[in-house]
Design a protein around this ligand. Structure first.
Ligand SMILES: Cc1ncc(COP(=O)(O)O)c(C=O)c1O
Length: 402
């Protein structure tokens, strides 16, 4: 393994600001090559997609390159890769399409550990069809979502189960393989929100018992957009509204209007970049991605232990959740201090660690944190021990002002 964070950091122009970025779970910084790819795609000869003119071919290539890059990132079929403006938009579309087949008496299962974009669209779609929603509850103390918390809710009427691949505040990584195996054995569909998981783990979609999976590139060194993936054979069974002249083919029929070719080129460049995070990775792009993501996991895990142990030295700190498997993301606060005060103090020291519910609204309410939530510090591929030392000493300084 070779993970050279100093080499990697040089690729990110925004790090020249001297800011220590702990806000990666909200959106990562972006390497220059991604910006260059977007710029090239938007300024080269471009028309609508087609095969006749060079400019049509350029646009078409942005789309096909995007699908094959995502297929390499997640090990899925490029024909099952759907572009979306965001995961929220994709979940709204998917839930409404699937709900066309639901009715009173049908059931769906959502988890309280999730970001609201993987809860509310499903609730609203179920409500519109008179279907019943069951809630899988996480353990308030540990932050775990036990497999049984989901599988105990399964019944013959369960149409769909959805859980997060990783919780964006507590970091919990539920056992999606075991949950999915039970869900598939029950004959139900299984959707996983991979937005917070994908930046931290190697994903092998074809070998997971998951029907729908998605991520947002802007959390993963890329531009602001989302992607949903599925087996194209499943997509063929889903009816959706579309314009009359637009194609019936999947995945295109789920992507409305003219696609943003330059953004897609940015996604492809970010995935190419990820493939090179480990500079000793060789082989196909998929092989290099797997190797690089594993090296990143090792790097982040070590750094995460350091972050957690250093934060634990601070008097009075309350860290929420300590699930066995977690992404390198911590959610914390201090007694009688508003998270926003800490957030603003850290900003004066060029340290980005915002405080919010981060749309994990149900988590925030369940933990008694209301709308305000707590402070979140997440690691990203460019994070360092020095960043952590700066965060901890700034927090110590803040506590002295209290
Ligand atoms: C776990 C998780 N799911 C979904 C989302 C929403 O993603 P998008 O902004 O692409 O709709 C986020 C964003 O913070 C997230 O962290």
């Amino acid at each position: 393994m070779s993970y050279d964070v100093d080499r990697i950091r040089k690729d990110f122009p925004s790090l020249d600001t001297g800011i220590a970025f702990f806000d990666g779970p909200g959106g990562s910084q972006v390497p220059k090559v991604v910006g260059d790819a977007i710029s090239k795609a938007i300024t080269q000869a471009t028309s609508n997609r087609g095969s006749v003119t060079i400019s049509e071919q350029n646009a078409d290539k942005c789309v096909t390159d995007y699908r094959s890059a995502v297929a390499d990132l997640l090990n899925c079929d490029p024909k099952g890769v759907i572009y979306g403006r965001s995961w929220t938009q994709l979940t709204y579309d998917l839930s409404r399409n699937l709900a066309k087949q639901w009715g009173p008496g049908d059931e769906i299962i959502v988890s309280r550990l999730d970001h609201d974009s993987n809860i509310r669209p499903w609730l609203q779609a179920a409500d519109a069809k008179g279907a019943t929603v069951k809630w899988a509850e996480f353990d308030r103390e540990t932050g775990e979502l036990p497999v049984s918390a989901v599988t105990n809710l399964l019944s013959k009427k369960t149409k769909l189960v959805t859980v997060t691949g990783a919780a964006n505040t507590l970091g919990t990584r539920p056992d999606i393989k075991e949950i999915g195996t039970a869900v598939k054995a029950n004959g139900s569909l299984f959707a996983v929100d991979g937005v917070h998981l994908t930046p931290h783990a190697s994903i092998d979609f074809k070998n997971l018992p998951i029907d729908f999976f998605g991520f947002s590139s802007y959390k993963l060194l890329g531009p602001h957009c989302g992607t949903l993936v599925a087996d194209p054979a499943i997509l063929e069974t889903i009816a959706n509204d579309k314009l009359r002249p637009s194609t019936m083919n999947v995945p295109e029929r789920f992507e409305f209007g003219t696609l943003p070719y330059e953004i897609m080129a940015g996604v492809s460049a970010s995935i190419d970049y990820i493939a090179g995070l480990d500079d000793q990775a060789t082989g196909t792009r998929r092989e290099r991605i797997e190797k690089s993501m594993k090296s990143l996991e090792v790097y982040e895990e070590e750094l995460f232990h350091y972050l957690e142990s250093e934060l634990n030295t601070l008097p009075g700190i309350k860290l929420y959740g300590h699930a066995k498997r977690r992404t390198p993301t911590l959610y914390f606060n201090f007694p009688n201090v508003k998270g926003v005060e800490i957030y603003k103090f850290l900003a004066t020291k060029k340290i980005n660690a915002p405080a919010h519910n981060f749309y994990a609204y149900e988590v925030s309410l369940a933990l008694g944190l209301g709308d305000e939530g707590a402070v979140r510090a997440g690691l990203a591929p460019y994070s360092t021990r020095e960043d952590i030392d700066r965060l901890v000493s700034a927090l110590r300084e803040f506590l002295k002002t209290k």
